[in-house]
Design a binder for this molecule. Structure first.
Ligand code: MTE
Ligand code: MO
Length: 387
């Protein structure tokens, strides 16, 4: 058996006992049933910790990641306006606004265009402690966004492309103390340059099968290397305009406020959530005989990585090994670290990643001037108890 299939078998055993959680025994505290490898529980999780599983939100259990691609029915999800029911036969993607030829494309027409496949992982910009479970990795099939925009011909004056989902909801818009309630679609924009650049994709399949309802059936935008919010689901309309788009999910809900020191003075900078910030996190610790394994995940904007390191307690940073099973540029990446001679007692384990430009994942302390919780890519120390 290869290492990967061994791990898969071990974790299948782990999943089989997941139901014991309802007896008050956290499933990850139980010995896993195969190959003598056991999960070592994280002791930093609150005792009452449960994975949120509602129609609009699914947090994956990162301790159970068992392969590079997240299965379709387990992919994390966050959805603001419920799940619209879309009849695929009647579905049309409309392109309008500042275009030469407004078009409406059926799914068959989109599928008839040359397709591309892309492995891309992403996390919600709100992904953070305690579990980091708002993240997943998928193989997307679809049509390059650029090819679809070229069908309509984006006029030279158009500065922004706005992507609207078919999902809609009522929102209170505050204006100088006055509250105005409007019904709106989920909408996000990309600059002309970004939209016409070659990477983005209009995806109709995930891991080789049609998109699931939670992942935006029948069509979604995938902007590789960007936070989840850019990947508009139930994509029904692309509108070209000259003005900046200032809708709620562009200009307000997904904003980061950071203090930056410029010429010795702190300037407060508000920015839209775009490229993923360089992040790694420990996903699980397991024991195999006398050795322990630390397994983790890296997410970033697609910049090549230089290294991942792991530190135990106050020890030195030690190199971890990047797993070759996730080589694609925009895939999430796995790392492994063999922890020898772990002594009984509680230990802290943390990882940090460095990319090829020399950028190092920041500590929590280095992010204290970031005042909103989005884009938290800080190093995430975890604790485990070694028996
Ligand atoms: N139409 C639509 N697209 C959307 C959203 C939404 O609420 N409506 N949520 C966004 C956010 S905040 C995230 S993190 C991702 C989640 O994608 P997933 O559910 O496939 O994981 O979808 C994005 N696309
Ligand atoms: Mo999100």
């Amino acid at each position: 058996m290869t290492t990967r299939s061994t791990r898969r078998a071990v974790l299948k055993g782990g999943l089989a006992v997941a139901g014991l959680g309802i007896l008050g025994i956290p499933d990850w505290a139980l010995p896993v049933l195969a190959q003598g490898e056991t999960l070592v529980p994280f002791t930093d999780l609150p005792e009452t910790f449960t994975l949120e599983r509602t129609a609009d939100r699914r947090i994956i259990d990162i301790r159970n990641i068992d392969g590079p691609l997240t299965p379709r029915d387990q992919f994390f999800t966050t959805q603001h306006y419920g799940h619209p029911d879309i009849d695929p036969a009647a579905f049309r993607l409309r392109l309008s606004g500042m275009v030469d030829r407004p078009v409406a494309l059926s799914l068959d027409e989109l599928r008839a265009m040359p397709s591309v496949e892309l492995v891309a992982g992403f996390e919600c910009s709100g992904n953070r402690r305690p579990l980091q479970g708002l993240s997943s990795n998928g193989q997307w099939t679809g049509v390059p966004l650029r090819a679809v925009l070229d069908r309509a011909g984006v006029k030279a004056e158009a500065r922004e492309l706005v992507f609207f989902g078919a999902d809609r909801g009522e929102e209170d818009v505050d204006f100088r103390g006055q509250t105005i309630t409007v019904e709106q679609q989920f909408g996000r924009s990309l600059s002309r340059e970004k939209a016409l650049s070659p990477e983005s994709l209009l995806a109709y399949a995930l891991n080789g099968e049609p998109l699931t309802k939670h992942q935006g059936f029948p069509l979604r935008l995938v902007v590789p290397g960007w936070y989840g919010v850019a990947n508009v689901k139930y994509l029904s309309e692309i509108y070209a305009q000259e003005d900046q788009y200032l809708g709620k999910f562009q200009a307000r809900w997904y904003r980061t406020l950071r203090g930056e020191t410029i010429d010795g003075e702190v300037k407060w900078k508000e920015s839209a959530v775009t490229e993923m910030q360089l992040k790694s996190f420990v996903a699980r610790v397991s024991r195999d005989g006398v050795r322990h394994h630390v397994f983790g995940v890296v997410l970033n904007d697609g910049t090549p990585l230089r290294s991942v390191e792991v530190r135990v307690d106050d020890g030195p940073w030690e190199p971890a090994t990047l797993d070759p099973s996730t080589p694609e540029q925009y895939s999430w990446k796995f790392f492994n670290y063999v922890w020898n001679n772990a002594t009984p007692g509680e230990h802290t384990i943390v990882s940090r990643v460095t990319d090829s430009t020399g950028l190092v994942q920041p500590t929590e302390q280095e992010l204290v001037t970031k005042k909103t919780f989005l884009e938290d890519n800080s190093q995430h120390p975890r604790t485990v108890m070694i028996a």
